[in-house]
Write a protein that binds this ligand. Structure first.
Ligand SMILES: C[C@H](Cc1ccc(C(C)(C)C)cc1)[C@H](NN)c1nnnn1Cc1ccc2c(c1)OCO2
Length: 322
């Protein structure tokens, strides 16, 4: 079987995208995350006070994987932990009958406060899954064999609902050719590298290696590239209180591109004006990856493309223009 699930922006700035998922008998709205590998959900194991505003998984004790636990922490300092159940998970009509469902007993404040997000559905490699004593498969790995093709395609949109396709490529969602590159999955992520970047119509050779990450809002690249970008934005500055580069909301932002597999993958300047700040200026969609050690090609990079993640004998990533 194949299937498709909508990816709906959680707010007016596309902070994250939520997709409906049936877990057991509950329908939850999960953040599909190609940068992690746990399917975890808010659950009836939590204190009622933590569940306010959230949909949550009603655990069935008969389905518990006795003695299994999970604990995840994310690069933004948030995290969650809990117990594990084997239950039915349905995404866009694709069913995993005994998927490892990680039911939260505790979640960090960032998750409790984000009442729209009922958990995450990881789509990176299962080697990053945190379940102990036995690592569990991602939803994609669980359903892989039943899919017509061993792939999922990501169609995130700018300020609009997009989709995740499982098992098929939807020709109506892109124009032009699909440009494929081999994926570096050695660290458990969908890794790619670029040989150049461009700001406006000026290209610079550079090696930019990073991960595709639907679970990260912005585009994080090396500091010299970020500085070169905002040098072209009048009135821009690094604002430590806001936590990144800001600029006058009236600024015209140049396009940015990364050359991957010899093809320029362009991020329209418009997408790089992420959101207004509380200080009356606007926050940039391109920020520094200081301290992370690699680039993170998050939603700002992805939302102009149709990106195929193919888990064949050689994992590949295909880029096409929306
Ligand atoms: C942050 C998300 C995971 C997440 C998503 C949503 C949320 C909230 C719902 C509470 C809003 C928290 C967490 C990302 N997923 N691959 C991730 N998980 N682990 N690392 N990253 C990417 C990274 C790493 C480091 C960084 C960063 C980003 O932003 C700033 O510094």
């Amino acid at each position: 079987t194949n299937g498709s699930a909508p990816a709906v922006p959680s707010d007016q700035y596309d902070s994250l995208y939520l997709s409906p998922v049936t877990v057991g008998s509950s329908t939850l709205h999960l953040d599909f995350d190609t940068g992690s590998s746990d399917l975890w959900v808010f659950s009836s194991l939590q204190a009622q006070s933590s569940l306010v505003g959230h949909d949550y998984y009603m655990v069935d004790p008969a389905k518990e994987k006795q003695g299994y636990t999970w604990k995840i922490s994310y690069g933004d300092g948030s995290g969650a932990s809990g117990k594990v159940y084997a239950d039915k998970v349905v995404v866009g009509g694709v069913t995993a009958t005994a998927q490892a469902v990680e039911a939260a007993t505790a979640v960090s404040a960032q998750f409790t406060q984000d009442v729209d997000t009922d958990g995450l559905l990881g789509l990176a490699m299962s080697t990053l899954n945190t379940v102990k004593p036995q690592q569990q498969k991602t939803f994609f790995d669980t359903v892989l064999k039943q899919l017509a093709q061993p792939l999922f395609a990501v169609d995130l949109k700018y300020h609009a609902a997009g989709s995740y396709d499982f098992g098929f490529i939807d020709k109506s969602k892109y124009t032009g050719a699909i440009n494929y590159v081999n994926a570096d999955t050695s660290k458990g992520w969908w890794g790619v590298s670029a040989t150049a970047y461009s700001i406006g119509n000026a290209s610079t050779s550079a090696t930019v290696s990073g991960i595709l990450d639907t679970g990260t809002t912005l585009l994080y690249v090396d500091t010299p590239i970020v500085k070169a970008y905002y040098a072209k934005v009048k009135g821009s500055k690094m604002d430590n209180t806001q936590g990144g580069y800001v600029f006058p909301c009236s600024a015209t932002l140049p396009d940015f591109s990364l050359t991957i597999g010899g093809v320029k993958q362009i991020v329209p300047g418009k997408h790089i004006n992420y959101s207004p700040t509380s200080a009356g200026n606007c926050f940039g969609g391109i920020q520094t990856n200081d301290g992370i050690g690699f680039s993170i090609l998050g939603d700002i990079f992805l939302k102009s493309k149709y990106v195929i993640h193919e888990m064949g004998s050689t994992p590949r990533i295909g880029f096409a223009q929306q």
